[in-house]
Design a protein around this ligand. Sequence first.
Ligand code: ATP
Ligand code: MG
Length: 427
Amino acid sequence: MSNKIQSIRGMNDLLPEESDLWQAAEQVLRSTLNGYGYQEIRMPIVEKTELFKRSIGEVTDIVEKEMYTFEDRNGDSLTLRPEGTAGCVRAVIENGLLRGPAQRLWYTGPMFRHERPQRGRYRQFHQMGVEVFGLEGPDVDAELIAISARIWKLLGIKEVTLQLNSLGSAQSRARYRTVLVNYFKQHLQQLDEDSLRRLEGNPLRILDSKNPDMALLIAQAPTLDESLDDADRDHFEQLKRMLDQMDIAYEINPRLVRGLDYYGRTVFEWVTELLGAQGTICAGGRYDGLVEQVGGKATRAVGFAMGIERLVELIREHSSFEFKASPDAYLVLAGEAAAVSGLKIAEQLRSAVPQLKLLSNLGGGGFKAQFKRADRCGARFALVVGDDELEQEVVTVKDLTGELEQQTLSIDGVAQLLASYNGKRSL
Ligand code: ATP
Ligand code: MG
């Protein structure tokens, strides 16, 4: 049988040559969030379909056409999670996490959407999501934006801009909805099929349309800011003041509405010109009504999600962020006796040097072949153990960059040398 089974369109393998970068980026995300006191939560990848319908909204791209939905063997309708907020809200309600103090949470993992695969848009993609429950803001909103700004800085990402808007309270949005429907009704002939459908169900979503033919009509639509009430305005003004004080620049984009139903008040996106059409690397906002909508007691909430594929592409192509984790050393084992004792010596070195990255020569091979492998893996040092070294309990250390003279050291001596070098690696 020779016809190969291939992966599913839009679902990619992460290959070893890329995984160093992924790990380094994920490490920065994790340590930054932990540093702000946020805690990890892990939810299942599959949830009841009803959860996404109720939280994301029936009249949204995701629920209308992007979900991977199937019946399991019991006949229950299940869906591969298209995003993390819904499951996170379900989890905090179900586990009683909303009874205590505010929750600051993050998660990361794969999400699934049946979209047209293209650069920066996949059917399985990865997000890092952050959600805070139980705080009204705007200080939390500002902190979330500060966290993302810090992450860009740590990853050497410069060309991103923050777009900001306030969608106001539910009442403000209801007022705006009337204004907007009136406007679009005056231009019915210019609406595309999706927008006509949304005019009744969800007119704000029309503003989120990516159809270029609709761009002008959308650009001229009345904006939401005129419908905001005093409390909304005050919340938004305070947020802007906090961002100003932290020197975080933003652009107010009155047409930023986000693609999901659950947002209110603060919404934001970090966008870049460097990734082509898929320029949003992080998006989020407030969703004060969602917890109640999913069946919990009314609880304020705010969060964001960043797309790791887009983030990684940005780092790889446009940042000087150091992520290459080349090995500190390669252990060359010359002769049969060394091949037997080599693993023991490697274990001794690993015990002595924390975080050591050491490759043992496996599978035998001549002296020359082993040196070639040492070179190819990018190791800084070749550690040579042959019959003589074994007898004298020493190791010959060759600096593959040629900077240091060759030297013969005891195991302890080698450990000391490696310890002084491996602090200089970024991973
Ligand atoms: P877009 O407008 O690009 O479709 P979205 O508004 O649907 O994005 P969200 O649901 O807010 O995106 O998800 C947050 C982030 O996750 C996005 O800003 C993006 O970086 C990433 N993302 C969303 N969908 C995909 C996808 N299909 N492939 C890769 N990354 C994605
Ligand atoms: Mg989308």
